[in-house]
Design a binder for this molecule. Structure first.
Ligand code: HEC
Ligand code: HEC
Ligand code: HEC
Ligand code: HEC
Ligand code: HEC
Ligand code: HEC
Ligand code: HEC
Length: 379
């Protein structure tokens, strides 16, 4: 803390050149936490002098070379073509046929996004995430997910601080660790949001396999190359948040910046009751789970009856979301979590799912749904 104070006051007092030297020196002066981020050097893509000949100056400009973590500086190159051309004209960026910088700004303007453009002056360079203050305003800036001095193409979040062990902070190495900085045990989670770190725990009854391989060894609907266990070289048995959350346009820039689909999802997912089933309605799930297997009742014998509904009997089709959580469940197998907007307690006051066990394809549900009492119903 003392060190930080001293650095700040010096920067205000000294001439620009000295300020620049101090920035370089800051790498040595900063407390261990900040040093871990390697701020005195450019170890990632931004260190390529062929592309960015003015080095630090590409981002640190003005009298004191001071910088705040707002997106504006990043969008000079990662925004629209007009800004980028100005950077080229200023000699900060060299046009190269190898590099195709797409607009992240355009992504952030899509209807479902991280609030990078809309939340201002909340990010603080010395902040600690996950947030411990209940009243702290929520935010997400580029620099919360990308460490500009060390980001690489393969690891765009390299250098971001993750877990804390006493005085030491390790860098984020897995994407989910990055997301948990704000969607895990943050004290300021919105009321309608939950702790994702709890949902993906490998000790849960069921979970989508993000932190490690899944709890279920018989997921019959899985499409290649997805598999319960990695047995052959091409098998994918562990997925990432980005497999579901990210750009709706597969040929646009990667990452959870923005999407035209609700939930910042890569594909459409209807969550309401009464929608007609189609490849599009549940496209997100059908990306990895064979539609014909689900509708063919290869696992749950009443999948099609519930999902398609029965118009003759005036029973609307229902969404996967009515019965399944997309993340994980600490209490139920098969990602079962009933949607409270649709499903209620049965006449006996019960609301529960019981499964007989992996691959038995037998279980029971006690609940009430559209006036149909399950007291309980078995399958
Ligand atoms: C691609 C843009 C970019 C480049 C290039 C860059 N920086 Fe930075 N730097 C940033 C941003 C953004 C921050 C603020 C991060 C935050 O607020 O969390 C920062 C912060 C810093 C800090 C911490 C400052 C403080 O007030 O705590 C130091 C030190 C630093 N940079 C040094 C350098 C040096 C030295 C170079 C050149 C070798 C350099 N940076 C090049 C974007 C850049
Ligand atoms: C002067 C132009 C410039 C500025 C300013 C700039 N970048 Fe970059 N950025 C680049 C270039 C060039 C690359 C390399 C692209 C490549 O190799 O394909 C890059 C790559 C990246 C990557 C790695 C992913 C990739 O496609 O290679 C990330 C992440 C990134 N920048 C984030 C940021 C952030 C965050 C800021 C603001 C703190 C920022 N950039 C500011 C020019 C810039
Ligand atoms: C620095 C904080 C921060 C980090 C890191 C972060 N987020 Fe967020 N995220 C937010 C904020 C703020 C919102 C707006 C809603 C809220 O406050 O939760 C949000 C919203 C979302 C939403 C809901 C969007 C919608 O329109 O419904 C999803 C999905 C999401 N984030 C996924 C992710 C994923 C995946 C990662 C990791 C790759 C991640 N986030 C990392 C701060 C963060
Ligand atoms: C990126 C690929 C992917 C997507 C998208 C996906 N899944 Fe999965 N899902 C998997 C994998 C891999 C497993 C196997 C996990 C295991 O072995 O336990 C799985 C397992 C499951 C299971 C069984 C879990 C258990 O423990 O029994 C259910 C239920 C499920 N998914 C439902 C869904 C639903 C509903 C959606 C859409 C909201 C969806 N999945 C989207 C990859 C995916
Ligand atoms: C199999 C697909 C899938 C995976 C993997 C996945 N999500 Fe989601 N996520 C969804 C769906 C579908 C929704 C919207 C329905 C809902 O809210 O449950 C959602 C909603 C969200 C929301 C907004 C609702 C809320 O509770 O705030 C956040 C934030 C989020 N996910 C974060 C994450 C993070 C972080 C990861 C990785 C650790 C992740 N998701 C992995 C499918 C997925
Ligand atoms: C909530 C976290 C988050 C925020 C905020 C965020 N990014 Fe990203 N970004 C990611 C993740 C995660 C990836 C990589 C996804 C992957 O590897 O599939 C990524 C990828 C990228 C890439 C590489 C795209 C590609 O296809 O090569 C660039 C460039 C980038 N981000 C720049 C930015 C800039 C500039 C900002 C701010 C204007 C920003 N990001 C804000 C999480 C974020
Ligand atoms: C009425 C509740 C309900 C609805 C709606 C529902 N499921 Fe299920 N699903 C279940 C139950 C119960 C099981 C567990 C069956 C067992 O005991 O093996 C299951 C099992 C699964 C499994 C794991 C086994 C397998 O088939 O690979 C997947 C994946 C799955 N459902 C996906 C979906 C998708 C995708 C949708 C929407 C298109 C959906 N479910 C809609 C109740 C439901």
């Amino acid at each position: 803390m003392m060190m930080e104070m001293r650095k700040k006051t010096s920067l205000v007092l000294v001439t620009p050149l000295l300020g620049f030297l101090l920035l370089l020196l800051a790498g040595f002066l900063l407390p261990p936490v900040a040093q871990a981020a390697n701020k005195g050097m450019l170890t990632g893509v931004h260190g390529n002098r062929d592309l960015m000949p003015k080095s630090c100056r590409a981002c640190h400009r003005g009298m004191r070379m001071s910088i705040r973590g707002e997106e504006k500086v990043c969008l000079t190159c990662h925004g629209g073509p007009v800004q980028r051309q100005a950077m080229e004209a200023g000699g900060y960026l060299v046009r190269s046929s190898r590099v195709n910088l797409q607009s992240i700004e355009a992504e952030l303007r899509k209807p479902y996004n991280h609030p990078v453009l809309t939340v201002k002056n909340v990010h603080h360079k010395d902040e600690e995430l996950p947030e411990s203050q209940v009243s702290a305003k929520r935010h997400a800036e580029c620099v919360d997910c990308h460490e500009a001095h060390s980001a690489t193409r393969d690891k765009p979040f390299r250098g971001i601080q993750g877990k804390r062990f006493g005085n030491f902070v390790t860098d984020v190495s897995k994407e989910y660790e990055l997301c948990y900085r704000c969607h895990g045990r943050s004290a300021n989670l919105p009321a309608d949001s939950t702790d994702k770190q709890l949902e993906f725990r490998l000790t849960n009854k069921s979970y989508h396999p993000v932190e490690g391989e899944g709890a279920n060894t018989h997921v019959i609907s899985l499409k290649e190359p997805y598999a319960e266990r990695r047995q052959r070289p091409g098998d994918i048995s562990v997925i990432s948040c980005s497999d579901c959350h990210g750009n709706d346009n597969p040929s646009g820039p990667r990452g959870p910046h923005g999407s035209t689909y609700r939930g910042l999802l890569v594909a459409n997912y209807e969550m309401e009751d009464g929608r007609n089933e189609s490849a599009l309605a549940y496209a997100l799930c059908y990306k990895c789970h064979e539609r014909s297997s689900i509708l063919g009742n290869e696992s749950f014998p009443y999948h099609s009856q519930h999902i398609l509904g029965n118009r003759g009997k005036n029973q609307p089709g229902t969404s996967c979301f009515t019965c399944h959580d997309a993340h994980g469940s600490s209490s139920n197998q098969y990602l079962i979590r009933f949607n409270a907007d649709v499903v209620e307690e049965n006449a006996a006051g019960k609301l529960e799912f019981k499964a007989q066990g992996v691959a038995s394809r037998k279980g029971s549900c006690a609940l009430s749904c559209h006036g149909v009492d399950h007291e309980p119903k078995r399958y």
